[in-house]
Ligand binder design. Structure first.
Ligand code: NA7
Length: 552
């Protein structure tokens, strides 16, 4: 155990470490700290585990990474005892899984629910973080782990009159636990990102009429979800070492489609320019049938970076949309144009385009008919009023940084994280920030995070930080901090890597464009999981180069 400079008043209010957020990363971090012999308390704002999966309960909410891959690999017992039921897990199943994990690992008694952290300040003399929750409860700790999630602070659209609506309105990321009865209702949906595209097919059977207000249509690929059988499970168990290894060393950090990737393994990273048009189309058709975005993303190399290769895939997806949508106006409303596939996060949903062929679903083209205001009766466009009973806002998040900057975090000399990140988030390896000693971020900006399977990437980070804490322990060091020059180099490297990709070719939350005034920076590390892991490993080999690990 790292010797403390000041013995804590109580192990409950003054543990060695505070972890913020009971999603995948926070739960794993808590477990890791306990196994290393640290006392740790996890503070969670909501009343249960789940992280982003606690609040995103909208109809149709499910993960777009396969369940086998979107699960912990660190515990053989958990892998053996838990049974996923569908290829892509629903919100409810993921939350049950997290509950199972905390109970199985006996972690629940270390979690303080309904504890929203509002301030965290570093007391230099004591070498400890002072942490306060909304209800006034105070903690202090040597280490502070922010596992607050990249997509946990919802954003409402900036539309006049939003508060005047007399019907019910909900944000998909704050969907009530009791559920919402949409049966027989006239529902308006704003937002066709991942949340909106999943919600649409899940409600078309019950609503009287669904108006989908489309501003920027997305590239939506089918999920091809299916129930998992014993055969799938046996396959996974038989091959899991190898599949986990493949996942870990894949560009998306264990992302995507484990079983499909196994089938398509030979069709990855192909040089599209060396293939005939017919071969290209055949391969893309096979990827489309496999479902999920990953096969299409990785069949050809350079889809992320070469506009010509990207356009090949983008136009293939557009052609698939036109196979389903016959009506020219609807097709125009739903066809992505003017930006490449992947520049916005790809959406995955079964029966998305098919939903618009139903008589009770209408796609409203906001580019042609902009919204004037929300009114007491519904939504008023420049040329038409639409009467609604319910408005659903699937309008996204203050992504990557929102959950961190919404806490008043102050490091050395009282500098706030907002000040430190004024020009965009600065970090070393996406995990530590110069001037904020012993504060660590999981799944945050500067790490591959949302461009990958976040569970696999944060597992990597938890292991990495655990190893570094153990290293410091052995050296009897109490403070770990990113050096500014190493941080600057990482930020420069990350922005150079991002410039070589197409991520900046759309106004998306990847670059903070959905939040007015947010600096435009590609927020996640765009070099992929393998490059990220290799960079981290190199730092370790050099004795944690770039981290200042000291006794005070
Ligand atoms: P996203 O992907 O940020 O999508 C938000 C959607 O809301 C997007 O279609 C926006 O259109 C739309 N939006 C936002 N403001 C407005 C206004 N004022 N008018 C019309 N439309 C608007 O959020 P999601 O929740 O779907 O997904 C976020 C991530 O969570 C997802 O990628 C997964 O990783 C999980 P725009 O594109 O800005 O024109």
């Amino acid at each position: 155990m790292i010797p403390r400079q000041q013995p804590p008043a109580s192990r409950e209010s003054a543990p060695d470490a505070i972890v913020v957020g009971a999603g995948f990363a926070g739960i794993h971090m808590l477990w890791k700290l306990q196994t290393l012999g640290f006392t740790a308390v996890l503070l969670e704002a909501e009343s249960d585990v789940g992280g982003c999966w606690y609040a995103n309960r909208y109809p149709g909410a499910r993960c777009d990474v396969e369940s086998f891959a979107y699960s912990y690999s660190f515990s053989r017992e958990i892998e053996d005892e838990w049974r996923w039921t569908e290829r892509y897990p629903t919100q409810a199943e993921i939350q049950r899984y997290q509950g199972f994990v905390v109970d199985r690992l006996n972690l629940r008694n270390r979690i303080r629910f309904s504890s929203r952290v509002v301030t965290a300040s570093y007391a230099e003399e004591a070498g400890r973080w002072a942490i306060k929750c909304e209800d006034g409860t105070a903690y202090s700790s040597t280490h502070l782990f922010l596992a607050t999630g990249p997509l946990t602070v919802p954003r409402m659209p900036e539309i006049a009159g939003i508060d005047t609506f007399s019907g019910e309105s909900y944000h998909t990321a704050r969907w009530p636990k009791r559920g919402v009865n949409l049966t027989g209702k006239r529902v308006g949906l704003i937002g066709t990102g991942s949340s909106g595209t999943q919600l649409i097919p899940a409600v078309t059977d019950v609503v009287e009429r669904l108006y989908v207000f489309v501003r920027t249509p997305n590239y939506v690929t089918p999920a091809r979800n299916y129930p998992l059988t014993q055969e799938h499970r046996d396959y996974w168990i038989r091959n899991r070492e190898e599949l986990r290894r493949l996942c870990r060393r894949s560009e998306v950090g264990g992302g995507g489609d484990v079983l499909t990737f196994e089938k398509l393994r030979w069709k990855r990273g192909l040089d599209s320019k060396a293939l005939s048009n017919e071969q290209q189309q055949e391969i893309m058709a096979e990827c489309w049938e496999a479902g999920g975005p990953a096969p299409l993303i990785y069949a050809f190399k350079d889809v992320y970076s070469d506009p010509v290769v990207n356009e090949l895939v983008s136009s293939f997806i557009r052609s698939k949309i036109s196979e389903v949508i016959q009506d020219a106006e609807v097709l125009e409303t739903l066809t992505p144009a003017g930006y490449p596939f992947l520049a916005k996060r790809p959406c995955v949903a079964d029966n998305y385009y098919e939903s618009f062929t139903r008589p009770n679903v209408e796609a409203v083209n906001l580019r042609r008919h902009p919204v004037k205001a929300v009114t007491p009766g519904g939504i008023s466009l420049v040329d038409r009023d639409i009467e609604l009973d319910v408005i659903v806002y699937a309008s996204g998040f203050d992504a990557m940084t929102g959950a961190i900057t919404s806490i008043d975090i102050r490091g050395r000399h009282g500098i706030s994280i907002q000040q430190a990140w004024r020009a965009g988030p600065q970090s070393y390896l996406g995990m530590a920030v110069a001037g904020f000693p012993n504060m660590f971020i999981l799944g945050g900006p500067g790490s591959p995070s949302v461009l990958t399977n976040v569970v696999a990437t944060t597992e990597f980070q938890v292991d990495y930080l655990g190893d570094m804490l153990a290293y410091a322990q052995r050296a009897a060091a109490t403070v770990i901090e990113a050096a500014s020059d190493a941080q600057n180099k990482w930020v420069t490297h990350a922005s150079q890597v991002a410039r070589g990709t197409l991520f900046d070719r759309a106004d998306s939350w990847y670059v903070g464009a959905n939040v007015p005034g947010k600096p435009r920076v590609v927020l996640p590390y765009a070099g992929g999981s393998i490059a990220y892991q290799d960079a981290c490993a190199e730092v370790t080999r050099d004795g944690y180069r770039g981290f200042v690990i000291s006794k005070s």
